[in-house]
Design a protein around this ligand. Structure first.
Ligand code: G4P
Length: 557
């Protein structure tokens, strides 16, 4: 058997390695091979940039969904993908991130979807904690947008590789150099275009692949079908290339490539893997153009499941036995039962459903109940899974976000998942003050699941409760769930705060801390002091006025 390191070396350095993968895996299942062929990533974007469409196309190439025809196919795909969430939707509960697994070219791919729009919540951020890399979809006519910026920040915090897919080239697009400039300036990451668009909108002719120096032409006949008609022409074959893309675009392209070769960051796989350089691809998810090229390059460049930090040191995905951490808890999927599903990212080894595991934080040895995996359109019970995979297990109310499970003989904990800054705040008023006990129980449990964050006035106890959420829909979820599950009616009074900061240095004397007039001192459920501000300017002023004060946008669990 090849050693882990030999296999890894192949993965990392001998690219492309798809052929290697095929040969090796036909020989049978082996832990390091199973883990080595896994790619677990999240797709991030601002709403409407094309994240869903791109995900569907990935599934299509992986054969996980079928497309009979464009329109029908798209509807079917959407339905299939969103099935899992229907139950929650019907119940008025926010749509949470879903996980899809499929096979492509001998890779086993886990896609973590990050919900956008009004469904945006802390779960969206937490999902990124479970991913080894992220695909950032940008609308070519819009550039970097607000939500992309926020999600990017979280990816940056983890230093995971980020791949950029600039979408909708079949429509009018911003200037390509301007788009790259914007990514570099707004997000602070260097860019390295892997391909380059030739025209856009009605004039979109295809992309130029910088590695092979080929022009790959676009035919507008590819809607919904898997294999579009593309022709690959070496750029050096001028006459042929011109016959496809025309004189003007040929000249423009050669000029741009020359500029690019001189000005853009060099391709550097180490920098990509360290999250310091983002490879950029162009295409049109709707018409399928550029999707498979992207998928192939992406799978080669991105990492296998990464080692993770724990309180006993780094845990290696292959050399260590089974371990996982909980990154999301989905409450009450079934109205009849108060059950919850805890989503775990397997970080090392092989999960065997029949074996006992240790829940470290609960200090109990148990068997994970009804482990499930989501395979494109359905949930299925799994007997085994590997590092890189995500499983959802039945949770009788014992797990919390960030908890670790490992083999019974071991006892270590993964680094906690940070608490992300809420952006909307409201004071909670109980309509019937007699139901105090249910109210406190309900709000505490919902906060434990991580759907909301609860704060109290700094000097008092639970009398004055402030809730903070990442997405406003979570307020409705809270109200709905308190009424339906705990029989408690509440009123929410919106507060003007938009910025929250954790105080990093606990030795600061909070009574003497002087802030701006809009600043509010609060504490979280664990008693940690925090500051709320109405605007970003006040944050800066407060830091300036209090020597030594260190504020953070992320809290530690
Ligand atoms: P999201 O998940 O990021 O929110 O975006 P989604 O894929 O739902 O796409 C948003 C809209 O953009 C959809 O149109 C989709 O068809 C369109 N779109 C996605 N990729 C491309 C592309 O490459 N080119 C063009 N021209 N359009 C694209 P819609 O009208 O809002 O929805 P639908 O009626 O098509 O489902």
């Amino acid at each position: 058997m090849r050693s882990l390191r030999a296999v890894r070396r192949n993965y990392i350095y001998d690219l492309p390695h798809a052929a290697f993968l095929k040969e090796e895996f036909d020989l049978g299942k082996d832990l390091s091979q199973e883990i080595g062929r896994r790619r677990t990533f999240a797709i991030i974007s601002h709403p409407d940039a094309g994240k869903t469409t791109l995900t569907e196309k990935f599934l299509l190439y992986g054969g996980a969904i079928n497309l009979a025809g464009s329109v029908k196919g798209k509807a079917t795909a959407r339905h299939a993908v969103s099935d899992w969430m229907e139950i929650e939707k019907e119940r008025g509960i926010s749509v949470t991130s879903s996980v899809l697994q499929f096979e492509y070219d001998n890779y086993c791919i886990n896609i973590l979807d990050t919900p956008g729009h009004q469904d945006f919540s802390e779960d969206t951020y937490r999902t990124l904690m479970a991913a080894d890399s992220a695909v950032m979809v940008i609308d070519a006519s819009k550039g970097v947008e607000a939500q992309t910026r926020k999600l990017f920040k979280v990816c940056g915090m983890r230093g995971i590789p980020i791949f950029t897919f600039i979408n909708k080239l079949d429509r009018e697009a911003n200037d390509t150099f301007d788009l790259l400039d914007e990514i570099e300036k707004e997000l602070g990451i260097a860019t390295c275009p892997i391909n380059w668009p030739i025209g856009c909108g009605k004039n979109f002719k295809g992309v130029y692949d910088r590695k092979t120096a080929n022009v790959i032409t676009y035919e507008d006949t590819q809607k919904g079908t898997k294999e579009g008609e593309t022709t690959v022409i070496p750029l050096s074959d001028e006459a042929n290339a011109v016959s496809y893309i025309g004189d003007e675009l040929y000249e423009k392209l050669t000029g741009e490539i020359e500029l690019l070769d001189g000005a853009s960051a060099e391709y550097d796989l180490d920098a990509i893997r360290a999250g310091k350089l983002t490879p950029v691809f162009f295409g049109s998810a709707l018409t399928n153009f550029g999707v498979e090229i992207f998928l192939k390059y992406f799978l080669e460049m991105t990492t296998t499941p990464l080692p993770r930090k724990s309180d006993i040191g780094i845990i290696d995905p292959v050399e260590n036995d089974f371990s996982a951490f909980v990154f999301k808890i989905q409450a009450n999927m079934n109205k009849a039962h108060r059950d919850r599903i805890a989503f775990m990212r397997i970080c090392s080894g092989k999960f065997d459903a029949s074996a006992e595991v240790r829940h470290v934080q609960g200090d109990k040895v148990l068997r994970l109940s009804q482990p499930q995996q989501i395979m494109a359109s359905e949930r299925k019970v799994v007997d085994e899974a590997y590092a890189g995979d995500i499983i959802g297990v039945f949770d009788p109310g014992i797990f919390s976000i960030g908890d670790t499970v490992c083999m019974p003989k071991e006892k270590f904990a993964y680094e906690g998942i940070p608490t992300f800054a809420p952006e909307h705040f409201a004071r909670v008023r109980q309509v019937d003050t007699m139901k105090r006990k249910q109210f406190v129980k309900g709000i505490t449990q919902i906060a434990q699941e991580g759907a909301i964050q609860v704060f109290q006035e700094f000097k008092t106890g639970m009398e004055e409760i402030i809730v903070g959420v990442v997405g406003v829909l979570q307020f409705d979820v809270l109200k709905f769930r308190l009424e339906n599950e705990y029989n408690v009616e509440i009123r929410l009074e919106p507060l003007p705060y938009e910025h929250i900061r954790w105080i990093e240095n606990p030795d600061i004397d909070l009574d003497r801390l002087t802030g701006t007039s809009d600043m509010k001192k609060v504490k979280d459920m664990k008693g940690n002091p925090l500051l709320l501000f109405v605007n970003a300017w006040s944050v800066g002023m407060t830091v300036e006025r209090n020597a030594g004060l260190v504020l953070s946008e992320f809290g530690r669990n």
